[in-house]
Ligand binder design. Structure first.
Ligand SMILES: Nc1ncnc2c1ncn2[C@@H]1O[C@H](COP(=O)(O)OP(=O)(O)OP(=O)(O)O)[C@@H](O)[C@H]1O
Length: 259
């Protein structure tokens, strides 16, 4: 879609019950950006995404998607979303990879319409992009976590989104496949022109790949170019977050600990 600002969040606050978990957030995602969203556990990252997708409504502030107030926005095929738990199908799940990817077209063609040959081609093309075409007829549950994650990216890509949002996509992905996964994201961003927002705890790796980094802990403490973030020393980071940067780390075994 031809509008430079994909997402605009203006002075957003949100609370579950009585606890405010997102406070006074201003955030814009522009076409072409690859944003890494980092912050400690429970800092509101997933909630921020829910606010962006209209899954929860802010108590204060407004969200615009492609310049339209979120309430009026209805072209949701423009925003692809891969959730944290996408790669957790067990081996008995009765759907092939191709069938899973085709469900990504439902918002475009309607839930009760039939898939045709064109849709199959689209799904195969998305699988080619993530280098999983050869598994089209394999049951999704037979794939590894990393392979399943690629399939879910294909499902999000099949409707040609402008922005792909990924919530901790490397959790459960074998460490040796994480590099290839980032290469895939780089290809989507640079070759296909898809904007990316990725939630991660892997600060070291994300700053190597993303164009921009957003650090949040209820509110945004830093939003700028990855290059700028990489210049920070421990003291700068402690000042940014108001506490030790160690609190930014997570206990996933395969993830890096330090920026
Ligand atoms: N549905 C809910 N009802 C009540 N509180 C919630 C709900 N979802 C999240 N929270 C709380 O809101 C806060 C922010 O949670 P959120 O999941 O957005 O953080 P996060 O940064 O994504 O965390 P993590 O890195 O652990 O995934 C946490 O304190 C969490 O316990």
């Amino acid at each position: 879609m031809n509008f430079n600002k994909i997402v605009e969040m203006n002075d957003i606050s949100f609370k579950y019950d009585r606890e405010t978990v997102v406070e006074n957030i201003d955030l814009t995602i522009e076409q072409g950006q690859f944003l890494g969203l980092v912050g400690p556990n429970g800092s509101g990252k997933s909630t921020l995404i829910k606010l962006m997708l209209g899954i929860v409504k802010p108590d204060k502030g407004d969200v615009k998607i492609f310049g339209k107030p979120i309430k009026q926005f209805n072209q949701w095929e423009e925003i692809g979303f891969v959730s944290q738990k996408a790669n957790s199908f067990n081996s008995g799940f009765p759907a092939t990879v191709l069938e899973v990817v085709k469900t990504g077209l439902v918002s475009r063609i309607g839930a009760f319409k039939f898939f045709n040959r064109k849709h199959k081609e689209k799904a195969l093309e998305a699988l080619r992009t993530v280098e999983m075409e050869e598994y089209a007829n394999t049951n999704i549950g037979e794939l590894s976590g990393g392979q399943q994650q690629r399939v879910f990216i294909a499902r999000a890509l099949v409707s040609d989104p402008s922005l792909l949002i990924l919530d901790e996509p490397t959790v459960g992905v074998d460490a040796k496949h994480v590099t290839a996964f980032y290469d895939l994201l780089g290809k989507l961003n640079q070759d296909k022109g898809i904007s990316l927002l990725m939630v991660t705890h892997d600060i070291g790796t994300i700053t190597e790949h993303a164009t921009h980094v957003v650090c949040m802990n209820k509110t945004i403490h830093f939003h700028g170019a990855s290059e700028e973030y990489k210049e920070f020393d421990d003291e700068d980071l402690n000042r940014l977050y108001g506490h030790s940067v160690q609190q930014l780390t997570h206990n996933h075994d395969h993830e890096e600990i330090r920026p």
